[in-house]
Design a protein around this ligand. Structure first.
Ligand SMILES: Nc1ncnc2c1ncn2[C@@H]1O[C@H](COP(=O)(O)OP(=O)(O)OP(=O)(O)O)[C@@H](O)[C@H]1O
Ligand SMILES: [Mg+2]
Length: 283
């Protein structure tokens, strides 16, 4: 029996810092026909499923990750990294049909980043060999049918569920699935799209608000946690690190305020390092 199983993507990430980037307002420019020098390069792994699994394992929970990676070098590296982190990999499937998900993150430290993302192997997950756990954490998920199967399995087996919905879930049958979920994480932008649908959600609703902090609604009560001023080197993984930090403390204590504080702490620590996993807090 696992404490928690995470579902969602696994990605190979490459972080680039460009020398003298041309930034104007909300855009930065790469000129056609030019060779552009890269000042710094970092290789890492990402994806909502594995990022959150890393926090849970850092926090001492018996953790498994369930998802699809390619039969390629990136897939091998992700598998090795998860094993080294003592995350159970028995639910991982591999495919030759598409390469492992891949992202190129062009980062401008202390400003923002642009992500070029390839959705490969992750999108091919069609079935799951279910195992039991106390909690399921579902990161943005590409296959809505399978998403509903995970929720049904969880409900039948008294497994609690936290969801960070992705765009596929936005299109899915909300009224049905939010009944089966205990905790939801959305950012402000997502909340503004889903406001009406979320009115019927009875569980713990987390709305992250970037540098401002986070609000939680539960049992007709509103909680707010401000983000302390802090240096942001790379904001990749902000949402995952908040959600997994919140979950870790919530599993331990059931205390919403403490959980929000730990979520923010994990996020800030993540944003101080390049990559979605490097800064995650250890217990
Ligand atoms: N610039 C920032 N400075 C300080 N803290 C931040 C910053 N951006 C995010 N955070 C922290 O991370 C949490 C989650 O961030 P955010 O609301 O941006 O999530 P998100 O939009 O889901 O992120 P992602 O792009 O990773 O999906 C925030 O509630 C906050 O605590
Ligand atoms: Mg997010």
């Amino acid at each position: 029996m696992f404490d928690i199983i995470t579902f969602g993507s696994a990605t190979k990430d490459v972080f680039l810092e460009i020398e003298n980037p041309l930034i104007k307002k909300e855009s930065f420019f790469l000129e056609l026909g030019k060779k552009i020098k890269i000042k710094k390069i970092n290789f890492s792994s990402g994806g909502g499923g594995t990022n959150t699994a890393f926090t849970f394992s850092n926090q001492g929970f018996k953790t498994a990750y369930c998802g699809m990676i390619g039969q390629d070098d990136s897939g091998d590296e992700i598998l090795k990294e998860l094993e080294k982190q003592k995350i159970n990999t028995s639910l991982i499937q591999r495919t030759k049909l598409k390469p492992t998900n891949y992202s190129i993150i062009i980062n401008h430290p202390h400003k923002d980043r642009t992500i070029l993302t390839y959705r490969g192997a992750s999108s091919l997950l069609k079935s799951i060999c279910f195992k039991k756990a106390f909690w399921f954490y579902i990161a943005p998920f590409e296959n809505n049918k399978l998403f509903e199967k995970i929720l049904n399995f969880a409900n039948k087996n008294n497994i609690k569920v936290a969801v960070n919905p992705g765009y596929e879930q936005f299109k899915g049958n909300w009224i049905q699935w939010i009944k089966k979920v205990d905790i939801i994480f959305v950012n402000e932008l997502e909340y503004n799209i889903l406001k009406n649908k979320l009115k019927q959600f009875k569980g713990i609703l987390n709305i992250t608000q970037g540098p401002q902090g986070v609000s939680v609604f539960y049992n007709n009560k509103k909680y707010f946690k401000k983000t302390p001023n802090s240096k942001v080197l790379d904001r990749t993984g902000a949402g995952d690190s908040y959600a997994s930090g919140f979950m870790s403390e919530y599993i331990r204590t059931n205390d919403i305020e403490k959980s929000m504080a730990y979520g923010v702490k994990n996020a800030i620590s993540c944003l101080r390092k390049i990559g979605a996993k490097q800064g995650l807090l250890k217990k």
